[in-house]
Write a protein that binds this ligand. Sequence first.
Ligand code: SF4
Length: 334
Amino acid sequence: MPGEVILKAENLVKYYPIQAGVLRRTVGQVKAVDGVSFELHKGETLGIVGESGCGKSTLGRMLMRLEEPTGGKLTFNGVDVYSQRGAAMRRLRRDIQIVFQDPYTSLNPRKTVGDIIGEPFEIHPDAVPKGGRRRRVQELLDLVGLNPEHINRYPHQFSGGQRQRIGIARGVALNPKVLICDEPVSALDVSVQAQVVNLLEKLQDELGLAYVFIAHDLSVVRHISDRVGVMYLGKMVELGDEDQIYSRPTHPYTQALLSAVPVPDPTLRNTRRQIVLSGDVPSPANPPSGCRFHTRCFKAQARCSTDDPALVLRPDGEGAHESACHFAEARAVI
Ligand code: SF4
């Protein structure tokens, strides 16, 4: 049973103006996120997958309000995030934190690990009294599996996986309720990825965190997610429980993505039919009419180029989950 809704996105939109000429006139718009809605429940992990450029990282930044929306509404525990100002917004920021993709560039090389993890306490001084901050940072280092005695070391003295642990410690320093994980393991070796994912799962259990886990690697997302949303060109095209998305995908784009996931079993590998998508992802500055996927879809019909399919519940063989396809039909892929 899903818990209470903690974060609710309704029709989120983010367009970036394209400017040209000496007068920097707006000549178009990049539709990075175009009407995305979902709910995140307490203590759950919602995975967001899609190819690069599909808008998933922009969406993650909008959930942190690092990007102001062009439209739509975001509520945290029933509070309208985008209408908050000053102290009220600062309070909200304590509850929604982010872990960035690249542990090599997201940590200031001139600061000690103690300063980096303690940074949130400078912005939110009432979170931990000044005298207790060093001890709190050491507790956080211990929590993420690092040696508390290394508090005075610099980022370059740690491996990639350890640096991401530092980023995670900073992310949970203020005891947030929601952690946005933006490709948190993509820059790491495969062997280290599992350790960081295991750490995130452990922290979720211990701290009751809800995650929005953004990644392009479908295997990692499957491992950690309770529910999964698939994005294509700024839109959510399929959304459901992890099992529904991976065992009974109904959207042709999800089916194509899954058919490209490497499988270790040679028998399965030989019997599986890979769906090869034609062409490149179109530009979000000029997305196709109707269903945005119609220029690459192996099931497209005449209607697809004019009618934009809504993301609604559609049968998946055993029940129903949300899919934005006029001809949604369950198909086992892996
Ligand atoms: Fe393909 Fe048409 Fe479904 Fe879009 S609506 S995914 S083009 S079949």
